[in-house]
Design a protein around this ligand. Structure first.
Ligand code: ASP
Length: 418
């Protein structure tokens, strides 16, 4: 027992990831029987999302101290989200154009996943208008929003409470104390739940590697490879470059600090479920102040999805090639705009990128059947997209924290036993 806890958590998590993959490969589809361990783990971290965002974001915003500073953190984060999102979609478009993943596939002759197709058609019929999307961000009932774990309106509500505390000055102090103490308590609870990570990661990896059909994987292998390549380019060039050249911090120390969120995002394929882990790593291992970390990372987990943006570009070209649809430059521009919007609108849950394809495909005339074609292998691509999305949140939070002097870099560099 003591020996178990003596090993740093991140090493236990990585070992679990590798052992999980090996177990799944040996066991095969039967590995699904231990998925329940992973589901319990996900349920535990999901449990933390609402109280953690609420306490830590309110405390964070109020402790920024003044509204001008809040604005300066906010616009920098938004700018980085949007610029990197655009680069990501164009990267997906370039990979799709030059490496043509769909050209060797005849979409009509391949087995389609009918339930995915129905879901996509259903979604197209009930497509949310832009007006609804905006309206959804307004928390008409804060309690409802919390009950539904609806993250974006929860962020808006928490921001407003934080701003209210700032405006109330002396009279707001008692409320601020409650939130600060609540946020410390939630961090402790997160620490306890994190001890389940090795077990959850092991079970989820065994399930994925055990049940993924190798046939489907072989046929669509090129798309899977390009999805991984695109994501690795985003992480290795855009994020590493951002840390090295804008934040001017050691790249290795940054990645070592976020090993936990990387492993959890990869195995759960959910930015939302990873949020508590990302927050903890940002504050504890990277030394980012609570105010910047909670603000930028909570927001990023819902709107900053560059892995998803890249994939939307790539998958649209894949579908166009598989079904013989010609796209011109105007279509590319449409895809880049809708891809970024789709990534912003995608919820941080498994498979939401797949659903967002409806938005992009519809606009440029790529058949929705493409969604049914790739649904079977989406999980394995989703895992990498999610890791990219989560790494992006940490990279933007670090960069903004450096720009605004809200980071203790000594902590990041010396964080040996994270
Ligand atoms: N699962 C991804 C996430 O949570 C979104 C996607 O499907 O691309 O970040």
């Amino acid at each position: 027992m003591r020996a178990w806890f003596a090993i740093p958590l991140w090493q236990r998590v990585i070992a679990a990831l590798i052992l999980g993959i090996a177990t799944g490969l040996i066991w095969g589809p039967g590995a699904e029987s231990i998925k329940i361990v992973g589901d319990i783990f996900i349920a535990f971290i999901k449990m933390l999302v609402v109280p953690l965002i609420f306490f830590s974001l309110v405390a964070g915003v109020a402790s920024i101290g003044d509204l001008r500073k809040l604005g300066s953190v906010g616009w920098r984060a938004m700018l980085l989200f949007v610029v990197t999102g655009q680069i990501a979609v164009w990267l997906g478009l370039a990979l799709g154009t030059f490496l043509k993943p769909g050209s060797g596939i005849d979409g009509r002759s391949m087995a389609l996943d009918q339930s995915a197709l129905e879901k996509a058609q259903d979604r197209q019929e009930n497509a949310q208008s832009f007006k609804d999307m905006i309206l959804d961000i307004v928390p008409d009932s804060p309690v409802q929003v919390m009950a539904d774990v609806n993250v974006l309106p929860l962020i808006v509500f928490s921001l407003l409470i934080g701003i209210g505390i700032l405006m109330a000055k002396e009279e707001g102090k008692p409320v601020l104390t409650i939130f600060e103490s609540g946020s410390v308590v939630m961090q402790k609870v997160t620490m306890v739940v994190m001890e389940l990570t090795p077990f959850g990661v092991f079970a989820l990896m065994a399930w994925v590697s055990g049940t993924l059909g190798t046939n489907a994987l072989a046929a669509l292998g090129q798309l899977v490879l390009l999805n991984y390549l695109g994501c690795l380019l985003i992480i290795g060039i855009i994020y590493a470059g951002m840390i090295k050249f804008i934040a001017r911090l050691p790249v290795i120390a940054f990645f070592r600090g976020i090993v936990d969120p990387i492993a959890v995002s990869y195995s759960t394929a959910s930015s939302n479920a990873t949020l508590p882990v990302t927050l903890r790593a940002a504050e504890r291992n990277l030394g980012i102040s609570n105010s910047v970390a909670s603000f930028v990372i909570s927001l990023g987990a819902t709107i900053n999805m560059n892995g998803t943006a890249m994939y939307l570009g790539l998958a649209t070209l894949f579908g166009a090639q598989a079904f013989g649809v010609q796209l011109d430059m105007a279509d590319y521009v449409t895809i880049s705009v809708l891809g970024t919007l789709g990534a912003i609108g995608a919820a941080g849950i498994p498979g939401s990128g797949l659903i967002m394809m409806v938005l992009v495909f519809g606009a440029v005339g790529v058949p929705l059947e493409t969604i049914a074609l790739v649904a079977g292998i989406d999980r394995i691509m989703d895992m990498m997209r999610t890791t990219t999305n989560v790494t992006g949140d940490a990279a933007v939070a670090t960069t903004v924290a450096v720009m605004t002097g809200e980071i203790d870099t000594a902590e990041m560099i010396s964080a040996d036993d994270v």
